[in-house]
Design a binder for this molecule. Sequence first.
Ligand code: CTP
Length: 397
Amino acid sequence: MLKGKKVLLGISGSIAAYKSAILVRLLIKAGAEVKVIMTPSATDFIAPLTLSTLSKNEVLSELSVNSSWANHVMLGRWADIMLIAPLSCNTLAKMAIGLCDNLLMAVYLSAVCPVMVAPAMDEDMWLHPSTKKNISALESYGNSVIPVENGELASGLKGDGRMSEPENIIGFLNDHLTKAGQLGGKKVLVTAGPTYEAIDPVRFIGNHSSGKTGIAIADEFRRRGAEVTLVCGPVSEHINSSISVIKVTSAAEMYNACVDLFPQMDIAVMSAAVADYTIADPAHEKIKKKEDFMVISLEKTRDILKTLGGLKKGSQLLIGFALETNNERENALKKLTDKNADMIVLNSLSDPGAGFGHDTNKIIIFDKNGGENHFDTKSKAAIASDIINSIIKFSNG
Ligand code: CTP
């Protein structure tokens, strides 16, 4: 899979940098073209000369050398894949907040290709809450984190935090590249976020959806090679620039956008938390405070998933969500048939770590052929991957 691929290898300051020589060698042997960028402190751990000799390319580490500027934007665009291995705690923190104080960070921040990282640090650092938070931030940007390994650490202690062995990193890259072509040529529609229903020009009825799950699904579809359109309610989450985004506010706007787009789609995943009711007669001017009580009349919104279920043709796949607090299974199965969906992803608000405001989720996927798959509590990125694996498995019969 790596043959002919352009790999940008970023090396940051960690003792595991000595393994980078083997990594470069394995990449070259697999037929990849490799360019290496080092942080200044990485050069304390391994000589740039070793890496330039093995990669057959000049090793870069400064933003400018002898008054000539290293074009970080073009480096980021050159690569098919960017791999940062080892990823030190310091570079991880910089990536999480977007601090741009060296060439590696400038390239990372301007890269348009998939980014993978292989962290390497002592166990105490690896387990620190700030490290966990920074790793989650990277995952939320769509970066893939190669799991650390357990074993002897530079401190002499044993535990988690060792950089994945170069052979395993190559396996991870191959797996990524295999998945990258899985949905090539497929058009996918995803909805995400809440909808806001206006009461008057300054107030609305909304819900707590952050859009994280839908955005993670859109991101994972993109990683698998699909052409993704995301119809998104008001959210503040970062959305990858290669996803085509249609921003909407109300349930009616989301309905119109989805009905319009659905005929051209191969797959549609409705993960938005759409308002079930909207204001019957929103005020055109700000409502003034008068009586002690006020009544707002609501009317039902149109069900987007159900409408698309009625429009579905041929091999089109339609996936809905069900967020339940009680009778979860029964309600999810009812939604599957009532809305003519192919699959329903159930998440229960009663599961710890699931639902609104969490970075994790716990799901069960039901399909119309009677399939029922339970998954553990995982990050929303990992859940997105499970959902897409299930869709691919279902469509392959
Ligand atoms: N949905 C939709 N249009 C709506 C309401 C919901 O497309 N107006 C979709 C959601 O995106 C989700 C699925 O329907 O994929 C189920 O949403 P959920 O809120 O769990 O259920 P409802 O059908 O709204 O029913 P209830 O709120 O009574 O459980």
